[in-house]
Design a protein. Structure first.
Length: 137
């Protein structure tokens, strides 16, 4: 009996994880500055971010159809966000996509720091956080 209970709990956990991985989300924003994701440059303009087929994967598309896939990690905040945001790290005139906050969700998707951003940060440049309102589709 105990073995059946453990097996049933494990099955429920697997199904819940699979369902979470299959939920596709998309955010769109009009980014007023050029920015960088994973060492790839994007021009100012319309940008979209979609969750990929694999959990944690994000596909970022820019105004000129450039795209890059990046592995993100989830960070739970404990409370639902009031609006969707693309959050950038700004060093002088360079912007790096850092996080995505999703309206109504209690998690933030965090992108890894790229080599390019790490190089800029090592120069001692001051980092500022810039938030751009996004629409969750």
């Amino acid at each position: 009996m105990q073995r059946q209970t453990v097996l049933a709990a494990f099955t429920v956990l697997l199904l819940a994880t699979g369902a979470h991985a299959q939920i596709s989300q998309r955010w769109a924003a009009d980014v007023p500055f050029a920015f960088i994701v994973k060492d790839r440059s994007f021009v100012a303009g319309q940008c979209s971010v979609n969750t990929g087929r694999l959990e944690g994967t994000l596909l970022v598309r820019g105004a000129q159809s450039q795209a890059v896939s990046v592995q993100a990690t989830d960070s739970h905040s404990g409370e639902a966000a009031g609006q969707s945001l693309l959050i950038f790290n700004r060093y002088g005139r360079q912007f790096f996509l850092s996080r995505i906050v999703s309206k109504g969700d209690d998690w933030t998707r965090e992108l890894p720091v790229s080599r390019r951003e790490a190089d800029v940060a090592r120069t001692g440049a001051v980092r500022e956080e810039v938030r751009v309102l996004a629409v969750k589709n």
